[in-house]
Design a protein around this ligand. Structure first.
Ligand SMILES: [Zn+2]
Length: 465
C-alpha cells in the first residue's frame, strides 16, 4: 500500500513539474580542516533506558497485579484502581466514568476426537458463545474454507472453518478477512443447520497456540456453540476429513450474566486558552480472560498513561488533553459508546488510539477530511513515521463516525498476532524500549495537536476512506 502511494506520487511529480536541474559540476569537497556537516537525523528519538524500564514495570504491575481484565471480572476492577492510582501519582486529574459492560464467563471446555480414533484436543470457547448441552454434543465434522461452501451438507454437523490468515506486515491488514469466520461463523453455519463451529486460530505462526476472541450471533437466528482450535489441529482434522469420517465431541459451559458495573478511567490535563477543545488519546483497559492482555491492550494503556505523564511534565497545553482507558472493547464497544454518550457534544479536535500492541512504532492510520488532513500533516511529518489513509481505533470509532479527526498508532506488528488473545500474551513478550518508543510517538503527536493553531471543524461528509 505504501509502495503504491510512493509510486503514484512519483508519477504525479514527473507529470506536472520539471525535474530539478542536474548539477553539471560536482560540489567541491570541503576543505580538509573543516568539520563535516552532521548527517540529517531521520531516526526516531531513542527512549531513556531507565524510563523505558519504569514504563515496563508499570505494565508488569497491571498484568500481574490485576490478573486478566475481561469486562465485568474482578480483574477489571483491580485494573481500574491500579491505573487511576498511576494518573493520580503523576499529578493528573482522574475520574471514573460509569459503563455497563456485558458479562460472559468462560467455564470449562473440552474437545474429543471420537473417530477415526479417540484423542483429546486443545480448545478454547470463543467469547460470547453459548454452551453445549451439559453432556456435550457429538457430530461429524465438515471442513469449510469459504463461506460460499456452506450449504445443506453442514446440517447436523460440526463446521470446522479452516481459513488461514495471510502472512505479511502490517499483519493488521490480513486480520479482517480471517477474523470474519470467528465473528460471524456460528450464525452463518447455523442458518444451514450446523450444530456447532470450530474456528482456526487467527494467526500466521503457532506453537499449538489457541486464540480466543469475540463472536456475535445474528439477531433472531439460532445460537450454536463456537470454539477455537490451533492452526495445527485445524490442519490435522482437515487432512483426516479428506480421507474419511471424522467425529468430534465438544463440551463447554460458558454462560452470560447480567450486565456489570465498570468504568472508563479518564485522566485529564486541562487546557489554557483553548480549554473547551479536547484531544483524546485512548486505549482499552479490558482484555480477554486468557493470558495477561499485555500487548492487547496493556501496552496501549501504558502508552496513554505515560504520554499523559510526559505531557504533564512539559507544562499546560492550550487544549484539554484527555487520556481515556476504555472499559470494554473486546466483547463489546460499551466503553467507547459510553464516552461518546457523555462527551460527544464537546468540541473534539482529534482522537488517537493505541491498540495494536507494544511494538516499535512504524506509522499512523489517519481518518480525516481534507481540511483536517492539511492541519495535521506537518505534525505527522515531524513524527518521521509513515502515514496512510484510514485508521483510528475501535474505542474512538464513535468519535470517528461523528467526523472527529482520528489517528491510530501502527507499530511493528510482525509478532502481534502470534500472541493476540492467547495465554502467551504476557508481559515478557513486550520489549521495554519498543514500548517506550510508542509512548514518545504518541506524546509528540498529541502535544502538537493540543497546541497547534486553529483546528478545522469536524468532517461533515463521510470521512476518508
Ligand atoms: Zn485490543
Amino acid at each position: 500500500m505504501l509502495l503504491v502511494a510512493i509510486l503514484s506520487c512519483a508519477h504525479i511529480t514527473v507529470a506536472v513539474s520539471p525535474l530539478p536541474a542536474t548539477p553539471t559540476t560536482p560540489e567541491p569537497p570541503p576543505p580538509l580542516d573543516a568539520p563535516a556537516a552532521p548527517p540529517r537525523d531521520t531516526s526516531p528519538p531513542v527512549p531513556d533506558a531507565d524510563d523505558a524500564a519504569r514504563q515496563w514495570q508499570r505494565l508488569a504491575e497491571l498484568c500481574d497485579g490485576a490478573g486478566h481484565r475481561l469486562a465485568g471480572s474482578p480483574g477489571q476492577g483491580r485494573a481500574e484502581q491500579i491505573t487511576a492510582a498511576w494518573f493520580d501519582a503523576d499529578g493528573i486529574t482522574v475520574r471514573l466514568e460509569p459503563v455497563k459492560v456485558p458479562t460472559w464467563i468462560r467455564g470449562e471446555a473440552s474437545l474429543q476426537l471420537s473417530a477415526p480414533y479417540t484423542q483429546s484436543l486443545p480448545v478454547l470457547a470463543l467469547g460470547g458463545s453459548v454452551a453445549t448441552p451439559a453432556s456435550g454434543l457429538e457430530a461429524p465434522v465438515v471442513v469449510i474454507r469459504d463461506f460460499a461452501e456452506l450449504g445443506p451438507a453442514v446440517k447436523g454437523k460440526i463446521v470446522l472453518y479452516n481459513v488461514p490468515m495471510k502472512p505479511g506486515v502490517p499483519s493488521i491488514d490480513h486480520y479482517g478477512d480471517a477474523v470474519a469466520y470467528r465473528g460471524q461463523g456460528a450464525s452463518r453455519a447455523a442458518e444451514h443447520g450446523a450444530v456447532a463451529v470450530l474456528v482456526r486460530s487467527v494467526t500466521t505462526r503457532s506453537l499449538g497456540t489457541i486464540h480466543t476472541g469475540g463472536m456475535w450471533y445474528a439477531p433472531g437466528g439460532a445460537k450454536i456453540p463456537a470454539a477455537s482450535v490451533s492452526t495445527e489441529t485445524a490442519d490435522m482434522l482437515s487432512r483426516l476429513a479428506a480421507s474419511g469420517e471424522v467425529r468430534l465431541k465438544l463440551k463447554m459451559d460458558p454462560r452470560h450474566g447480567p450486565d456489570s458495573d465498570a468504568f472508563n478511567v479518564v485522566g485529564e490535563l486541562k487546557g489554557i486558552d483553548l480549554a473547551q477543545e479536547v484531544v483524546v488519546i485512548g486505549a482499552h483497559l479490558d482484555s480477554w480472560d486468557v493470558g495477561q492482555g499485555a500487548h492487547d491492550d496493556g501496552a496501549g494503556v501504558v502508552h496513554v498513561v505515560e504520554a499523559m505523564r510526559a505531557m504533564k511534565a512539559r507544562g499546560v497545553p492550550r487544549r484539554t488533553i484527555r487520556g481515556v482507558l476504555f472499559a470494554n472493547e473486546e466483547n463489546g464497544l460499551r466503553g467507547g459508546r459510553a464516552y461518546f454518550a457523555a462527551h460527544g457534544h464537546e468540541r473534539h479536535v482529534a482522537a488517537l488510539e493505541s491498540d495494536l500492541g507494544g511494538g516499535s512504532p512504524r506509522g499512523w492510520g489517519v481518518t480525516a477530511s481534507p481540511e483536517q488532513r492539511a492541519w495535521i500533516e506537518p505534525m505527522l511529518s515531524a513524527s518521521r513515521l509513515w502515514v496512510r489513509e484510514g485508521g483510528g481505533g475501535a474505542d474512538i470509532s464513535p468519535l470517528t463516525d461523528d467526523g472527529v479527526l482520528s489517528v491510530g498508532l501502527i507499530p511493528d506488528d510482525e509478532h502481534y498476532f502470534d500472541y493476540h488473545h492467547t495465554w502467551a500474551d504476557t508481559v515478557d513478550k513486550v520489549d521495554p524500549m519498543a514500548l517506550a518508543e510508542g509512548t514518545i510517538a504518541l506524546t509528540e503527536l498529541t502535544w502538537a495537536l493540543a497546541n497547534a493553531e486553529a483546528a478545522p471543524p469536524k468532517a461533515t461528509a463521510p470521512s476518508s476512506p
